[in-house]
Design a protein around this ligand. Structure first.
Ligand code: DC
Length: 216
């Protein structure tokens, strides 16, 4: 029997998959990996060394050096790092190096919740549960603006929206492992749904799979 349990969560930036992943990992007592941080770590290393983001061999070296136990969310969460991450994420060799680390993480008992763009399609195609979490670009932009304002910042809605649309295009349009729902993913549209409701909906899906498995 498979000793690990894997929940794969994919979706565009700002759809709420990070919060959902954390809640599910806590609830089902699974390890948690935000795979976006691995691409961000590569981008951050290049930025730190003032290297261009299209320097593939430097990006490969940085990818090899990524240590999943030392991903510093505080440093890596900057908006500019996310933009840069989306650019280094187009390189197949960089992806291959990071995907291998992500798969090893997923295989570690008792299993894990992984969130990203290609978890259900490429990293863990055999995941026990696949969720595709999405929301309209307008809703995601409004949420990001509220988040910025809640910490005393200011931003322009139109610029945020343009940023989100550009990032979606890059993540969905790249040749290698583009963002798309796996054919067997459960879709969760959080446009009209608070995070608590999304969590309850995800739990219902997961508990149903677990119950069927227990009966089998
Ligand atoms: O989820 P995030 O915003 O932290 O991700 C940053 C970028 O990293 C995202 O725009 C595309 C890339 N990424 C990816 O290509 N594959 C993943 N599994 C996770 C992130």
């Amino acid at each position: 029997m498979n000793p690990t349990f894997t929940i794969a969560i994919d979706g565009p930036a700002g759809a709420g998959k990070g919060t959902l992943a954390r809640r599910l990992a806590d609830h089902y007592r699974l390890n948690l990996l935000d795979t976006g941080l691995t691409y961000r770590a590569v981008a951050y290393a290049l930025i730190q060394h003032a290297l261009p983001l299209d320097n593939v061999s430097a990006a490969e070296t940085a990818a090899r050096q990524v240590d999943l136990a030392r991903l510093d969310r505080a440093v890596l969460s900057a908006h500019a790092v996310g933009e840069a991450a989306s650019k280094v994420a187009v390189f197949p060799t960089v992806r291959r190096i990071l995907v291998e680390k992500q798969r090893d993480f997923a295989k570690t008992p008792p299993g894990a919740v992984l969130d990203g763009r290609d978890i259900g399609t490429v990293v863990c195609p055999d995941a026990d549960i696949k969720l595709y979490v999405t929301a309209s670009a307008e809703v995601r932009a409004r949420r990001r603006l509220a988040e910025i304002e809640s910490i005393g910042g200011t931003a322009d809605f139109t610029e945020i929206l343009a940023d989100i649309v550009r990032r979606d295009e890059r993540d969905m349009g790249r040749a290698d492992s583009p963002l798309k729902p796996a054919t067997d993913a459960h879709l969760l549209d959080t446009s009209e749904m608070a995070i608590e409701a999304a969590f309850l909906a995800a739990m219902a899906i997961i508990d149903d799979v677990l119950a069927k498995r227990d009966k089998a």
